[in-house]
Ligand binder design. Structure first.
Ligand SMILES: NC(=O)c1ccc[n+]([C@@H]2O[C@H](COP(=O)([O-])OP(=O)(O)OC[C@H]3O[C@@H](n4cnc5c(N)ncnc54)[C@H](OP(=O)(O)O)[C@@H]3O)[C@@H](O)[C@H]2O)c1
Length: 243
């Protein structure tokens, strides 16, 4: 795996229209070592939002292609998705649904079935580094059934043979994109106010930048292809960047 030294990377992102996904897109936009990025979703968005001035002046949005795909065709043996997922260096999965706002079958399909299918198809297509946006409450031993389900999903992902898999476990993500993402605008405002030391939250911008810069950083453990990053680790990194 030599992605760390690669100056000509390609990537794909699922979930790019979401609160976290938009932060990842912005971080990719200002990273010149990413030359070509395909954004897979069920709708397109105005990535630049020039009117809102939410993006850095150095951002390059010409490298992005938004591809509206048919998620009904997403299975592990899908020829349609196998073709779409060919030839990427880096794969990013930030697609998700709030388990409290959807039925269990949809939650399971989108957060496990699709994730594993995409990871396998992309790996077969040549992808070397797969990133998965998990969460702080996700844990195989959790008392919370959705947390446990997510933890088991992380473990299944880790069994797919990849040169490198990075799993991120942020707590509440603070972003204005997509109306505050999964926690909504009120949740974001409350956390910004109550959690000043970021014990239970993290700026979405920091998460996006951390994930993108992790593509150019040595793996956490040379003997383990799967690495996990906690909310505290992401915040610590964010603080160091500001010094
Ligand atoms: N927000 C947080 O505080 C937080 C904290 C920790 C972990 N996470 C994790 O981060 C991930 C993203 O969260 P978020 O806050 O960014 O969520 P979000 O704003 O609700 O975005 C969810 C993304 O998933 C896509 N999606 C959902 N259902 C879909 C479907 N049926 N078909 C196609 N696309 C679908 C959405 O597309 P559309 O825009 O088309 O709906 C959007 O791109 C989740 O896995 C979540 O568990 C979030």
């Amino acid at each position: 795996m030599d992605a760390n030294s690669d100056n000509n990377l390609s990537a794909f992102v699922f979930g790019y229209t979401g609160g976290v996904g938009r932060c990842i897109v912005n971080a990719l936009a200002v990273e010149p070592r990413f030359k070509k990025v395909t954004l897979f979703g069920r709708r397109t968005v105005d990535l630049e939002e020039k009117d809102k001035k939410s993006t850095a002046a150095s951002a390059d949005f010409t490298k992005f292609t938004q591809d509206v795909v048919d998620f009904d065709k997403l299975t592990e043996d899908s020829e349609y998705f196998a073709e779409k997922l060919k030839g990427f260096d880096v794969g990013i999965y930030a697609l998700g649904v709030n388990p409290l706002k959807t039925d269990e079958e949809t939650f399971q399909r989108t957060t496990r079935g699709w994730l594993l299918a995409i990871a396998k198809l992309a790996r077969d297509g040549g992808c070397r580094h797969f990133h998965r946006m998990s969460g702080a409450l996700v844990n195989e031993n959790s008392w919370w059934k959705f947390g446990r389900f997510g933890g088991e999903t992380d473990a299944l992902l880790g069994k797919i043979s990849y040169p490198r898999i990075s799993i991120y476990k942020p707590a509440t993500i603070l972003t204005e994109f997509n109306s505050g993402g999964m926690v909504g605008p009120r949740g974001v405002s409350v956390m910004r106010l109550l959690d000043r030391f970021r014990w239970w939250s993290v700026e979405g911008e920091t998460v996006g930048q951390f994930l993108v810069q992790n593509c150019f950083t040595k793996p956490k453990d040379a003997n383990n292809s799967v690495e996990v990053f906690t909310n505290a680790e992401i915040n610590r990194w964010g603080k160091l960047q500001k010094k």
